[in-house]
Ligand binder design. Structure first.
Ligand code: MLT
Length: 407
């Protein structure tokens, strides 16, 4: 009789956003007259920028002619896109990354889940708490997290780094016996808290990782939302990051590609375990398991870096950040304890009246018909917190805030 990967059975419940989706759909089916405003999952609502649409049309037309038709994409992605990424996201910021260290993929979610495959199951992971659930869940699936404590809602072999109001939602470097991680997941600007760290704080992480021989998996999915000086856009702005850091990027949040699907992962050639370069392992995996993001989509990605694309996307990001400001100020004036929303499209708030995160979720859904994300879904330190996204339309954002204020 065959056997399954029973690590999957250890996973408690379903994926956070699937659970929320089911709850909201059940509520909507029972109350068809209610206008529900969804500020839960960080999914964008604005259409693709005109420069991207033009590139998509052009690429579709190319596919219709034998002379310009494209089959399988190159393993690492098309050079035109890797060059554009390299110039704009790295060289322009003084980061020493070359195009052949960039792996194009169909999104950062897959990469952030798959990257753990190239590491031993004996490695110990450290995560922020709260955290984007994909990092932990995929390590559970791989059998790297030990046993689950259903009361504390933690895994025995995971190092949790609490990010709470008291430490300004910034993780502390782990200390103490058995607390030295091999893999450190960091995401800044942060999902879900919307917090950031400064370049010197990030430099401390890089120095620490190099000192203890750990790898930082740095998720930069929200870097386009950085508005303040001294907040790094890439971990490679820090000295020494080439020997300890992998960086993940998404086109979902900066360019609205949640439904189009495109991302990339950077692995510097200097990042090694003994003589083995992680770049070569990921290249092997990429070549074996993946046939590349579609040409059409990679052309759309290239347009993100065109002068028109940049201009249009700057406006799109500003549109969402105006929503963030509206939520932040509206809820602050209504007496909520709120943070985030300045360098990130997420607003992190404390549930009122000692409600748990899920109690507040139900309360908002029922009384205001507004959907958010319960903080506890991101980890135990997220309990009593709640996340709202700025990715709605302006009209819905205003209405949601007014409804919450009226409660
Ligand atoms: C979120 O809501 O946390 C994000 O949309 C999830 C994702 O990007 O996959």
């Amino acid at each position: 009789m065959f056997k399954i990967n029973d690590n999957y059975l250890k996973l408690p419940g379903s994926y956070l956003f699937s659970t929320i989706g089911k709850k909201v759909n059940a509520y909507a089916a029972a109350h068809p007259d209610k206008k529900i405003i969804r500020l839960g999952i960080g999914d964008v609502t604005q259409p693709l920028a005109p420069a991207i649409i033009t590139a998509l049309h052009g690429a579709v037309d190319e596919m219709s002619r034998a002379e310009t038709f494209k089959g399988y994409a190159p393993d690492l992605g098309y050079e035109f896109l890797r060059n554009a990424v390299c110039e704009n996201d790295y060289k322009a910021r003084g980061c020493n990354i070359s195009p052949d260290e960039i792996f194009i993929s169909d999104g950062a979610k897959c990469d952030s889940g798959n990257i753990q495959e190239i590491f031993s199951v004996d490695n110990k992971i450290a995560v922020c708490d709260p955290v984007y659930p994909v990092y932990v869940d995929t390590n559970v699936m791989a059998g790297r997290t030990g046993t689950y404590d259903s009361v504390r809602e933690t895994w025995s072999d995971v190092i949790y780094m609490p990010c709470v109001a008291e430490n300004n939602f910034a993780p502390q470097i782990p200390a103490g016996e058995g607390k030295t991680p091999d893999l450190i997941y960091l995401c800044f600007p942060n999902n879900p808290t919307g917090s950031t760290i400064t370049k010197s704080q990030l430099q401390e992480w890089v120095d620490y990782a190099n000192r203890v021989g750990a790898v930082i998996i740095y998720d930069a999915a929200y870097e386009a939302y950085i508005s303040e000086e001294d907040v790094p856009h890439s971990i490679y702005e820090c000295e020494g990051a080439r020997t300890c850091a992998i960086e993940l990027h998404s086109f979902s949040k900066n360019a609205g590609f949640t439904g189009v699907r495109l991302g990339f992962t950077v692995i510097p050639r200097d990042l090694k375990c003994g003589d083995v370069s992680l770049h070569s392992l990921w290249a092997r995996r990429h070549g074996t398991k993946y046939n590349g993001a579609p040409y059409i989509v990679q052309k759309a990605g290239e347009a993100v870096y065109s002068p028109e694309g940049k201009e249009q996307l700057k406006k799109q990001v500003a549109y969402y950040m105006n929503n963030a400001k509206y939520i932040l100020e509206g809820l602050k004036n209504a007496g909520y304890a709120v943070s985030g929303g300045v360098n990130a499209p997420y607003i992190w708030l404390k549930a009122p009246d000692k409600m748990t995160s899920w109690e507040f979720f139900d309360y908002l859904l029922e009384k205001a018909n507004v959907v958010g994300t319960p903080g506890s879904g991101f980890g135990p330190s997220g309990e009593t917190y709640f996340r709202l996204t700025a990715f709605g339309s302006y009209e819905n954002t205003v209405e949601a805030v007014e409804r919450i204020k009226a409660l």
